[in-house]
Design a protein around this ligand. Sequence first.
Ligand code: NDP
Ligand SMILES: O=CC(=O)O
Length: 326
Amino acid sequence: MTKRIVAFSRLKQPQLDQLRQEFHVDYFEHLDSTEDATFREALGKAHGLIGSSLKIPASLLDAAPHLEAIATISVGYDNYPVEEMTRRGILLCNTPDVLTETTADTGFLLIMATARRAIELAEFVKRGDWQAGIGEPQFGSDVHGKTLGMVGMGRIGAAIARRGALGFDMKVLYSNASPKPALESALGAERRELDALLAESDFVCVTVPLTPETEHLFGAREFALMKPSAIFVNISRGKVVDEPSLIAALEKGEIHAAGLDVFEQEPLSPESPLPHMANVVALPHIGSATHETRLAMAQRAVDNIRLVLKGKRPISLVNEAAWSRK
Ligand SMILES: NC(=O)C1=CN([C@@H]2O[C@H](COP(=O)(O)OP(=O)(O)OC[C@H]3O[C@@H](n4cnc5c(N)ncnc54)[C@H](OP(=O)(O)O)[C@@H]3O)[C@@H](O)[C@H]2O)C=CC1
Ligand SMILES: O=CC(=O)O
């Protein structure tokens, strides 16, 4: 029997062809909702599901009685009902490592763009406001030599910290529950409790996954602990931050600026004050969005689903417990 895959994100033709050599593929290039009737019908016969950027509720699994695995084209997996998948023995595969450096580049881009006010001042030139030599009103802040506080020193966090410590001579602090001795010796990084990190850092950079513990980890209290000169950078997930508290902290001058790739609601509503604030650089969730990295992520997801459907262990597995039950 030929196994069936439902693909719900854009894949390149060679990757689709690879899947079609071995499996029947129902391809939904633009799927807006998991309520779509044709999608649900295909899911009813599917053994594998591959895609990204859609919330998959636990109830959807009832419509997928043959499902063996979901391959998400992302490293973050907060869109998936992991516990329920594990209970049903459905594997969840993700795409770590291949996007680490590109996402770290975006994190550092936000650090640089906010500190040096690159977007705001490029707009100033575009508007024709550059009429004389620039002065203090256009000055930014240094990045080199400052203190970088990493909240979430994992793969991406460590890659940003490496850029800061080795490229920009920054002092690195981090706040993970478990110490990272290798990074402490390689980068001179120092571990702190979160509150101490917030008080000491010039840049606070968030790279934690979204979990029940990290949801709204940053609220009014945390912003009040930061220096008035601090720059807050979020490259993880929007829901790690209570956005009204961030807006209030920026408006009151409790913190100096913010660089944001992610938001509580995406796409960000045009009504949100954030993209209109001069001291905010807002990007449309482009952490990993380069041609090379998006291709590598899709290929990793394709490899993961092919392996699982052929009875083999995938390259990147989120729920180990589902594998041990096989
Ligand atoms: N903007 C974008 O486009 C992208 C965003 N992301 C986001 O980045 C996240 C991180 O990815 P990645 O680095 O690969 O994941 P990792 O799992 O390698 O790193 C996450 C780190 O966060 C730490 N952590 C978890 N909870 C806390 C906490 N409460 N306080 C401090 N540290 C904590 C973990 O600690 P420990 O090591 O102790 O377990 C781990 O080191 C993804 O989950 C995703 O949400 C990822 C890619 C692109
Ligand atoms: O946000 C992107 C991811 O890979 O996670």
